[in-house]
Design a protein around this ligand. Structure first.
Ligand code: ATP
Ligand code: MG
Ligand code: MG
Length: 383
């Protein structure tokens, strides 16, 4: 069998392995952490750091293609792999998504064709940059240029004094100040592109975040007009083509209260907001990634059922604010028609840690929403 390799041992690697193995591939995972979600199901686990030359060599010589499930794998590691095997997405595409400055610049370049702009922003690399902030960027959000996720590495700021304090807090790492925009709602678009340049785009998804972490994804959402959906999907297709990207890419957008569409950021991999595709689309985002890596035709992206995805965080293992822990009532969840439970095999439930997700599929969105409400009542999650 052909081996496919993954950099990173998290849940995205685990769900990728499930999809790739179902198609007959063997999967190798490179990850340092013991007992990681992807390592538990991989055909081989190479337990080492993402920058270990020997580990990279082993992964590359075993695998016909390698991908990444962790967006901060160093571009140098991907380039080292690419010297020995096929790597998708390439180091070039991944490195743009790892750096908010490069990413914003790239989005501005793409906007000429699509008309979709990123939020107004300014690079903050020094005290002098702070003095030069124009007042129309405030209130804003100061974000670290690299390594931020789930709202970590960002601070909301109202004044120049706030920016100074927040920048000092970030210990001098380069940041980006973004204007705080009036959001009506948030959406994301998954796109995939094959080595032959053929691209497919999934239905647009509406995302609700809580405390900076994705809470639910709803597809289709009745907030999203056909015009907004088409504009976002066209922008996503333009972005993936301009990146000359191979594999699955997720692009997050904001829809503002005046209806304008703004591009936020992209993730060079399958994405949490695309988990619904496992249970609700002809081809899941993970199968699509395996197809793209193996240079096979991409699959049909059509959605066959309305779907709502609920992220399961470690918080629900705790009884209220106490330290007492118990297993959530999965038997009651699985008694709900159309509920698909996905747990990632993480040994320790910690607060704010993504432990799994549930996708509710139903003949109508109203029924899927009713199942979501029932599940939240069972699990003690306020809707
Ligand atoms: P992810 O986990 O999706 O990678 P992240 O930590 O990289 O998240 P962003 O997506 O940049 O962070 O921002 C997190 C959330 O903060 C957004 O989903 C949105 O709700 C809010 N937000 C970010 N930028 C802005 C903005 N310019 N105006 C208003 N809200 C914003
Ligand atoms: Mg991000
Ligand atoms: Mg985001």
């Amino acid at each position: 069998a052909t081996w496919l390799g993954v950099m990173g041992g998290g849940q995205l690697g685990r769900m990728f392995a499930h999809a790739a193995q179902a198609m007959g591939f063997k999967v190798a995972v490179l990850e340092q952490e013991e007992d990681c979600p992807a390592g538990q199901v991989a055909d081989r686990l190479i337990r080492t750091s993402y920058t270990d030359a020997k580990g990279l060599e082993e992964l590359a010589s075993l695998c016909g293609a390698v991908t990444t499930e962790f967006e901060n794998v160093s571009a140098d590691s991907l380039a080292a792999l690419a010297a020995k095997t096929y790597v998708a997405p390439s180091a070039a595409g991944v490195s743009i998504a790892q750096d908010r400055i490069a990413e914003k610049r790239f989005f501005v370049d793409c906007s000429a064709g699509s008309g979709v702009q990123p939020a107004p922003h300014k690079i903050i690399a020094s005290e002098a940059d702070i003095e030069a902030i124009s007042s129309d960027l405030l209130p804003g959000i100061l974000k670290t240029v690299r390594m931020g996720y789930d709202g970590k590495g960002q601070v909301r700021v109202r004044s120049i004094a706030d920016v100074k304090a927040a920048f000092a807090e970030m210990k001098g790492v380069t940041c980006l100040l973004e204007k705080m925009l009036p959001l009506a709602y948030e959406v994301s678009v998954l796109v995939a592109r094959g080595a032959d340049g053929a691209a497919v785009v999934y239905p647009i998804a509406e995302n609700v975040h809580r405390d900076g972490i994705l809470f639910t994804t709803t597809v289709p959402s009745d907030h999203v007009s056909d015009a907004v959906a088409k504009k976002a999907q066209d922008a996503a297709l333009a972005i993936i083509a301009k990146l000359d990207y191979v594999g699955v890419l997720c692009i997050e957008f904001f829809v503002l209260t005046d209806g304008a569409l703004v591009v936020n950021e992209m993730a060079p991999r399958p994405h949490n907001s695309g988990h619904y595709t496992i249970d609700a689309c002809i081809t899941s985002q993970f199968e699509q990634q395996a197809r793209a890596m193996a240079r096979l035709p991409l699959g049909d992206v059509r959605q066959h059922s309305p779907a709502v995805m609920l992220n399961i965080l470690g918080d629900i293992w705790y009884e209220g604010e106490s330290e007492n822990m118990r297993e959530p009532a999965w038997d009651k969840i699985l008694a709900l028609p159309g509920a698909h439970l996905h747990l990632y095999g993480k040994a320790q439930a910690r607060r704010a840690r993504k432990m799994g997700h549930i996708t509710f599929v139903a003949p109508t969105m109203a029924q899927a929403q009713a199942q979501l409400a029932a599940a939240c009542a069972i699990l003690g999650i306020a809707l």
